[in-house]
Write a protein of this length. Sequence first.
Lengths: 329, 239
Amino acid sequence: MMTFKVVDPGLFSTVQDAGRTGYQAYGFSPSGAMDYRAHKLVNKLLGNDENAAVLEMTLHGVTLEVLKETVIATAGAEAEIMVDDVSYGSGLPIRVMRGERLKIGKCQRGARIYLGVAGGFDVPEVLGSRSTHTRSGIGGFKGRTLKAGDVLRTVGGEFQNTMKKIKSFEEDDIIRIIPGQQYERFSDDAREKLFNSGYEITKDSDRMGFRLSGPELTAEDGHDVLSEPTQLGSIQVPKNGQPIILLNDRQTAGGYARIATVALADIPKLVQKPPGEKIIFKEIDVDEAAEEYKKELERIRSGEYFEPLTDFTSVRRRTALKITKLMGV
Amino acid sequence: MDIKRYSENAVTVYIGDEISETVNKTLVNLKNELENRGTDGVTEIVISYTSLIIYFDLFKVRGEELEALLKEIDLEALEGQPFEYKLIEIPVCYGGEFGPDLDRFEEDGLSPEEVVEMHSGTEYLVYMLGFMPGFPYLGGLDEKLFKDRLDNPRTSIPAGSVGIGGKQTGMYPFTSPGGWNLLGRTPVPLFDEEREPSILYEAGDRIIFKSIDEDEYKAIEQQVADGVYEVNITRREAE
C-alpha cells in the first residue's frame, strides 16, 4: 500500500534490510543497514520480521507526508521526530494518520537514523534482498537514494503494542580490532601508532567505507597485495598510510594491505560516529570477538535493549485526537 | 595450505602466493569439495586469486571447527578430480563508437584487425569477480595486447564495454568511470536480475569473445529486449 510521499529526502536516505548475502562471489557488496543493531531493534519493537526493510538516513532525516495510517518508530541516531507540530523522541512507536506530516530532524547523537514502519518498506527483492546498493543502482527504492515526490509503499499489518521503547545508548570511543591479513607487514612502530594514537573519521566517509586520518601507518613490504575478498570492517592501508575501514557497500575484492578487522560487535558503535569524531583502537582476539558478537546478537534478541513505555500518547494518538475534536479544543 | 581467521565469521584458506591456473583449479576443487560435503553453517564461499574465504553462521559452527575440518582435506587427492566449468561466448562489436581505443594499438604496430583477432581468439580464465558486481578478473591476455591505462580516465564508461587495462582484459557490467582502453561493446547484459543466473560466470569458468558487426549487435540487442536471446554456453569437463 502507498503509505508515504517524500516531501524532503534528507541528505542520503536509502531503503535497507539485513543485506544481500550469498552473492559476494559474483561481486555484489552485501549492502544492508550499517547499524545492524538499530535495524533489528526497530523491527522487533514494531513486531516486524527481523529482516524487514527500513529507511536509513545519514546525518539528517526525511520529511514524509502520510498517505495511509500506520505505526512508525526510529532507532539508531537520536533526532527530533515531529508529527505535524507535536514533538516525539527516538525509539518509541508512533501512530501517524493520513494527511499528517512526519518530519525527522537532524542527528543530535549519532550519525544514522533508522525509520521502521509496520510490516516494513515494500520494495522488490533483488537477489534475495531489499537493500539498496547505489553504486550499481540495484535494490531498494529504484536502486537509489530517495527524492522529493517519491511514493513509498509499506507492507502494513496490525501493530501490537508491546508497551516498550528502545533504550538510549551510552557509548565510548573504543573500537576493538582483530589483527588482519597483512598485520605482520607493519612495523612495531606502526602497530604502536595504530593502538595508541586515535584516528579521526573524515568527511570522505560513506556507506562504502570510513576514511580515517591520523599518524601514518607504513607497511614495510609495500601496501599492494593480490586482490582478495574484503570483509565488513577490514581496515586497509593504502600507500598514503591513512587507514580506510571497509563497510557495507564496499567492493568485494581489494588489493591494499589490511592491518586489522573491526570486531562485528563494535560495528554499530562505529557507524554511529559522525565525521570529525575520534576513535581509539584496542586489540581483540578473533575467538573472543566471536563470543562478543554472539553476546551482542543475544542481547538484541532478548529484549535487553528495551525499557517499559510509560507514556502511551504516541501510540494512542487516534483516541487522543478524537477527544480533542469532541471537546472542540 | 595456510588456514587463517581475520573475522569472527570467516575462515580464509591460502594456496600459494602467485596467480596461476593451477592455483585457481585447486581453489575451485576445494570449493566444490566443501559444497559437496554440505557443511552445516557455511553460508558463502568466495574464491580469489590465491585464496578462498568461507563465511559461516556463528550460531551453527565455530571457526575452530571449520579449521579442523579444512586440515583434514587432502588437496593432492582433490587435484585429480575432474570438474565441470562453463565456456561463455560473449559477442562483441569491436571498434567504432563502441571501441574508441582500438586504433590506439597501431602505435604498438598492431592493426585493428590484428587486435580483434588476437583478443577474440583466446579463452580467458575467470580467476575471480569483484571491483563491481559481475566484473571478471580474466587471465590469458596475449602479452602483445598489454597496454597501460589511459592517462585521463573517462568519467563514464557504458555498461557492456570490453577493454584492456595493463595486463588485464575485462568488461564493465555497469556504467562506471574508468581508465581502460576500450576495444568494443557487447549487447548482452552482463547483469540481468530477471535472468537465471543473473551473472553468467563464476570463478573457474572461461570466457571467449566473438567478433560481431553492427547489424548483428543491433539484432542481438533486439532479441535481448524481446527476452528471446540465449547466451551461448558450453559445459566442459576440466581434467
